[in-house]
Write a protein that binds this ligand. Structure first.
Ligand code: R5P
Length: 277
């Protein structure tokens, strides 16, 4: 299978190592007046995987991926896969009157692909093959830190989607954090129904965006007497300031995957993705 990285396709090199393939880089330019220019000046073959992660510029990557997919289709590729290690627009879980149905539109635009593979994507659309990095993250945490009687916490009721996959590896008790999201940047943690006093805690999350969820949870956990607090997260959409605030909140370590490259990307999903190609 040919591997074609998009603008955010660095992980294609690692995926390629497991497939015995070197990625074929294509011409992608941002023109001086802001438009995207894409050209594939070589034979594309029958099976192609386009690798593009949807952060930090999700809308641009969406459009670019569509352009690449269209060229591949025109050039006669028979199976075109989009590998989006982090696929954006999964977080809009309730529809409010007047809101755009962003995820549906995203899926329409990506309809040019025969398959879409993403990691820990909980938008629950049948067109996306979702694989979970939670067992890998749990394995890493278990090997690196000598956890004492740990409790694994999910950041809200939706985390039951991945909580068992994480806690099974550690053989740990689980609970769900009760939180109310006020707006994109503000979260109130109302309750954590677990006995955390004197115990190590791991928050297992799919995404860190503003950091509000883990920072407020850490605050609550400290007031409840938790010992060390770790965060294991698949997609760390971190900027420097968010990372600094997380560390200041008393969280011992944040461990993330390389779906999005960040200073805390310690676990690679490349082999797992290669297994699906
Ligand atoms: C729940 O909505 C998700 O699992 C994450 O906890 C959430 O997306 C994190 O976002 P933030 O870092 O902005 O609180």
């Amino acid at each position: 299978m040919k591997l074609i990285p998009g603008t955010n396709g660095e992980i294609a090199v690692k995926i390629g190592r497991f497939l015995g393939e070197s990625p074929d880089f294509i011409q992608i330019e941002k023109l001086p007046y802001g438009e995207k220019y894409v050209r594939i000046p070589f034979d594309v073959g029958r099976e192609v995987a386009v690798v593009n992660t949807f952060f930090p510029n999700p809308d641009e990557i969406l459009f670019e991926s569509r352009l690449i997919g269209e060229i591949l289709r025109e050039r006669g590729a028979e199976e075109i896969v989009l590998v989006a290690p982090y696929l954006a627009y999964s977080r809009r879980r309730t529809a409010i009157y007047g809101e755009a149905k962003s995820l549906e539109t995203v899926m329409d635009i990506l309809g040019v692909f025969d398959r879409i593979v993403a990691v820990d994507f909980y938008g629950h659309v049948s067109s996306v093959e979702c694989i979970s990095a939670m067992p890998l993250l749990a394995e890493y945490i278990e090997e690196e830190f000598d956890l004492k009687d740990p409790v694994v916490l999910g950041p809200d009721e939706f985390s039951t989607n991945w909580l068992d996959a994480f806690s099974e590896k550690l053989g740990a008790e689980t609970a769900v954090i009760k939180k109310i999201r006020i707006d994109a940047k503000n979260v109130v943690v109302s309750k954590i129904e677990a006995d955390v006093r004197g115990r190590d805690v791991v928050i297992a999350d799919d995404i860190i965006a503003t950091g509000a969820t883990v920072i407020q949870s850490a605050k609550k956990l400290r007031s409840m007497g938790a010992k060390r607090i770790f965060v294991a997260v698949t997609h760390a959409l971190l900027d420097k300031e968010v990372y600094a605030s997380i560390l200041k909140s008393g969280i011992e370590e944040v461990i993330a995957t390389d779906t999005v490259l960040s200073p805390v990307s310690r676990v690679s999903v490349a082999e797992m993705i290669a297994g699906l190609l």
